[in-house]
Ligand binder design. Structure first.
Ligand code: HEM
Length: 496
């Protein structure tokens, strides 16, 4: 054996022995496990969790409702709380005990995979919670214009001919373009080089996260900095954004408070937020990259899930058309108008209840010892989450939970007191598709208006169905991510 092989052999043996000792004396041993829990054997559970997360999470939820169970990740366990009561308890624990930010850093290793500078200054989250959400009424005409143009570009229909459209890929482009119209504005939002960088960034981040998930914890700080992707994306995007950012920074300085036609987009708000720190171009560029990472694929997945339901049951086109047409006639394509589309809102919420983008949410990392009301003790360093899909299929939370009932929530909004509770954007202990609590998705208000506008345009302008009246294709589950069947074709024709 040469020297390199000897070192490698010693390293592998050391890693196996260490992980055996760690798992043997793990303080989480008292928490029940789904899959094998013995040291080493638990790695079979890791494989099973990657292939069958849905089954394992449902099994755990059914067995331990009102308490917790754990499932294995390669580098550690993740504790899953079960039932609406436990979800509520989880979200109430303060950030200094169960931290969203620490969990997100642990799972995403964002300083290596996404944006190193944002780790200390989450300026884009501040902007999403503040300016983006506050300005929705002014932004909607731009979003609507971009959706109309992109749909016409990508779905070309003539006469009464049906065309086959790769729905997921098309929706990635539609929401990518609509979101970037608000993130950086025209003409950059239609620049093919710009779009190529921001849209491919998601895959680079996932690649980095996946590699780091199999690297032992002590080695992550050595391996992470070797990844070229986030640096490369920042560099390439800076070439396009730097001149715009510097010009806007100059205008801000020169015109001070008197800049009448100041752009109203995320880039501008990020420039202002960054100005209070160091104004660095890199920080602003990373704010744009991270916003794209957080928004495009979650949104494309959610709208495609809904589109598949519509194509599988085109009978819902008619009632939705009636609602959308009557609202548009009275309020136009405005925030007020889209807000009044209750049946459409309910359709999106129900689709997200049954599908969603991830099987877990409300993810936290323990920074201190925490004890839940059922007596479960969570030691510092542990990852904890709620089981979103299992919560959404719980009959205690939803009558006929296995049935797609698109107007379930609009019916529930009949009572004045129930109006807000059942909106697409509202989170609760039994609806956690956007998370729940202080760190619930800050982009969900933007997402809701954008996605409802996309679906409304499709409903008004096209007939849709699956070939041969086929049923909805099954979702694909790589680990905990829930993807609407990739490559499935939805048939579109001009509305007859
Ligand atoms: C339908 C589409 C979307 C879904 C299903 C979704 C879902 C989620 C979920 C589950 C979380 C974690 C919350 C938690 O664990 O408590 C989250 C966080 C986040 N989302 Fe979304 N999201 C969507 C769209 C968007 C959009 C459009 C944006 C940006 C405009 C966005 C930006 C973010 C950010 C920045 C975070 C991290 C929040 C923080 O650091 O406090 N999301 N999202």
């Amino acid at each position: 054996m040469d020297t390199f092989s000897q070192y490698l052999y010693a390293f592998l043996c050391g890693t196996i022995v260490l992980s055996y000792i760690r798992r043997r004396y793990d303080p989480l041993n008292s928490i029940p496990t789904i899959g094998p829990s013995a040291p080493l054997l638990s790695y079979l559970g890791v494989y099973r969790y990657f292939r069958h997360a849905q089954d394992m999470l449902h099994e755990g939820y059914e067995k331990y409702k009102g308490s917790v169970f754990k499932v294995p990740r390669l580098d550690q366990w993740i504790v899953v709380v079960c039932g609406a009561k436990m979800n509520e308890e989880l979200r109430r624990v303060p950030e200094d005990e169960l931290s969203f930010l620490a969990a997100s850093e642990e799972l995403m290793q964002a300083k290596y995979t996404v944006a190193p500078l944002l780790a200390d200054h989450l300026i884009n989250v501040t902007v999403m919670r503040g300016q983006l959400t506050r300005n929705l009424a002014t932004l909607i005409p731009g979003i609507v214009d971009e959706i109309q143009t992109t749909l016409q570009d990508l779905i070309r229909v003539e006469g009464d001919e049906w065309v086959h459209i790769d729905a997921l890929q098309t929706m990635v482009k539609v929401v990518g373009r609509a979101s970037n119209r608000i993130f950086v504005g025209l003409p950059l939002s239609r620049n093919p080089s710009y779009l190529e960088i921001v849209m491919n960034f998601y895959l680079d981040v996932v690649k980095g996260m996946t590699i780091l998930s199999i690297v032992p914890k002590p080695l992550k700080p050595l391996v992470g900095p070797l990844f070229p992707w986030s640096r490369r994306a920042t560099r390439r995007l800076s070439v396009l954004l730097k001149p715009v950012i510097e010009e806007r920074q100059m205008m801000l300085r020169e015109r001070e408070g008197d800049w009448a036609d100041k752009p109203n987009d995320m880039l501008m708000w990020l420039i202002e937020e960054a100005g209070a720190i160091d104004g660095s171009v890199e920080l602003i560029v990373q704010g744009i990259l991270h916003s794209n990472f957080a928004s495009t694929h979650t949104s494309a997945i959610s709208i495609t899930h809904a589109l598949y339901h519509l194509a599988a049951e085109p009978k819902y086109l008619q009632p939705l058309r009636e609602e959308i047409e009557s609202v548009i006639a009275e309020y136009g394509w405005s925030k007020l108008g889209i807000g009044k589309m209750w049946q459409l809102d309910s359709f999106m919420r129900e689709s997200q209840r049954m599908n969603g983008a991830s099987a877990i949410s409300v993810i936290r990392k323990a920074l201190k010892d925490v004890t839940f009301s059922d007596g479960t003790h969570i030691p510092p360093g542990t990852l904890v989450c709620a089981a979103s899909t299992a919560t959404h299929y719980d009959e205690e939370n939803y009558v006929n939970a296995n049935v797609f009932d698109p107007f379930r929530f609009s019916k529930m909004r009949g009572e004045e007191s129930e109006r807000v509770k059942h909106q697409y954007v509202s989170t609760s202990a039994d609806y956690i598709a956007f998370g729940h609590g202080k760190h619930a998705c800050p982009g969900r208000f933007f997402a809701a208006y954008e996605l409802k506008a996309v679906l409304a345009h499709i409903i008004l302008n096209y007939d849709v169905k699956f070939e041969g009246e086929a049923t909805r294709p099954d979702n694909v589950w790589p680990g905990i991510t829930i993807i609407p069947a990739p490559g499935a074709k939805v048939m579109f024709r001009k509305r007859q």
